[in-house]
Design a protein around this ligand. Structure first.
Ligand code: THU
Length: 164
């Protein structure tokens, strides 16, 4: 029997204003996306902005539905939209933020497990590390150089893809 330990490397900043310009711009896009989220049921508006290799930014926000499971998280809306519209582009970074019905959120908003799984496969599919930037409107910021750090023991079993 072996006891093993996983180490998680990430950066923590005191405030969004400490971010490098490109990350801050991406976070602003995520905030704009959050403002436009369709979240009448939870009142929790999440915004994500994805930066592609060529500088294109694709925004996503959570989309809810009266038939609850029919909705989708902001991160997957953004990542799937990017893959659909720019299939040849690598995804370099994703910024995530949220606004609550109760007011501003001033802490990082980590993505749910399903979104982590999609981020992980985005990385493996494109061979490009995905930088993840999480922040509220103010307060500390968390940055990971790779989405793989968010999902140890990810499901990576590959069923042989059909030729297409
Ligand atoms: N949500 C996201 O958009 N991203 C996450 O990573 C977690 C949760 C959304 C789903 C739902 O519309 C609302 O936040 C409340 O859970």
């Amino acid at each position: 029997m072996q006891h093993r330990t996983l180490t998680l490397n990430y950066l923590e900043l005191d405030s969004p204003s400490d971010l490098p310009a490109q990350d801050l711009e991406l976070l602003h896009s995520a905030r704009n996306a959050a403002i436009d989220a369709y979240a009448p049921y939870s009142g929790f508006r999440v915004g994500a902005a994805v930066l592609l290799d060529d500088g294109t930014v694709v925004k996503g926000n959570n989309q809810e539905n009266a038939a609850f499971p029919s909705g989708l998280c902001a991160e997957r809306v953004a990542l799937f939209a990017a893959a659909a519209q720019y299939p040849a582009q690598k995804v370099v970074a994703i910024a995530i933020t949220a606004i609550s019905r109760e007011g501003e959120i001033n802490e990082p908003i980590p993505p749910c497990g399903a979104c982590r799984q999609v981020m992980q496969e985005t990385e493996s599919r494109t061979g490009q590390s995905l930088r993840v930037i999480m922040a509220g409107n103010a307060g500390k910021v968390i940055i990971l150089d790779s989405a793989a750090n968010l999902l140890p023991f990810a499901f990576t079993f590959k069923i042989s893809p059909n030729e297409s």
